[in-house]
Design a binder for this molecule. Structure first.
Ligand code: APR
Length: 224
């Protein structure tokens, strides 16, 4: 069976990484306009680097959980799996998943705003850092900010459209284009979340509960 999976912050919640819109979520503690937009970065690059340096340190200190591990197990099964994530952490990769599509970029990667060069980010980035390729002091986290175009959308649309089953895990379905992928799906659709997302009714089926319980149980059924 061809399966396309979209994950969101909820799959990393039990690894201790905050979500965005839950109680005490990141967007309840930071103004996203200041730390997750190109305008915010232009106004105060030091604040933006500080925000992502903290998230990068939290990500390095975190460990994949049973839900990440279950998806890595699923990828090694007979099924054809496309794993797409809105998350910028690397917990899917550290659980053993390969070829993960990071539509919102990755905390562990850096980008030069002057020449588009990309490289593995240092643990802490600073506005005075120079690009290893063009030496401009224009380095930024390689993450997609509000108002910017998510990565690999063509490949994502294709993977979701050709899937027999599209599964969304741990996302509030508040942010497009990710939230619209359920419409692109041609096969069955399943939402796995702690609580119904904004698009819960667009799915054929729904399973609610913590990802570390519901995802391994679902994967066990699928690979049996
Ligand atoms: N298990 C399963 N789901 C969970 C858990 C858990 N333990 N904890 C929280 N959730 C669910 C919440 O119910 C919520 O629906 O995860 C979802 C998290 O929603 P958001 O915080 O909005 O995160 P996400 O959907 O990934 O946000 C999408 O918004 O700010 C941008 O770029 C950012 O990629 C992010 C995008």
């Amino acid at each position: 069976m061809r399966i396309a999976i979209l994950t969101g912050a909820g799959i990393s919640a039990e690894s201790g990484l905050g979500t965005f819109r839950d109680k005490d979520g990141l967007w309840t503690r930071y103004d996203l306009e200041e730390v997750a937009t190109p305008e915010g970065f232009a106004r105060n690059p030091a604040l933006v680097h500080e925000f992502y340096n903290q998230r990068r340190a939290d990500c390095i200190a975190a460990a994949p959980n049973a839900a990440h591990n279950a998806l890595a197990l699923l990828q090694n099964s007979t099924h054809d799996l496309a794993l797409i994530t809105q998350n910028v952490d690397d917990l899917h990769e550290r659980a053993g998943s390969k070829g993960v599509i990071h539509m919102h970029g990755a905390l562990r990667r850096a980008l030069c705003a002057a020449c588009d060069h990309r490289w593995d980010a240092p643990v802490a980035m600073d506005p005075s850092d120079e690009c290893p390729s063009c030496s401009a002091s224009a380095t930024r986290p390689d993450v997609v900010w509000f108002g910017e175009i998510p990565y690999q959308m063509e490949a994502i649309q294709e993977a979701v459209a050709r899937a027999d089953l599209f599964v969304a895990i741990g996302t509030s379905a508040e942010v497009y284009p990710a939230a619209g992928l359920v419409e692109t799906a041609q096969g069955d659709t399943l939402e796995i979340n702690l609580a119904p997302s904004a698009r819960a009714n667009a799915f054929n089926a729904r399973r609610f509960g913590p990802a570390t319980e519901v995802v391994p149980a679902w994967v066990d059924e699928i690979i049996k």
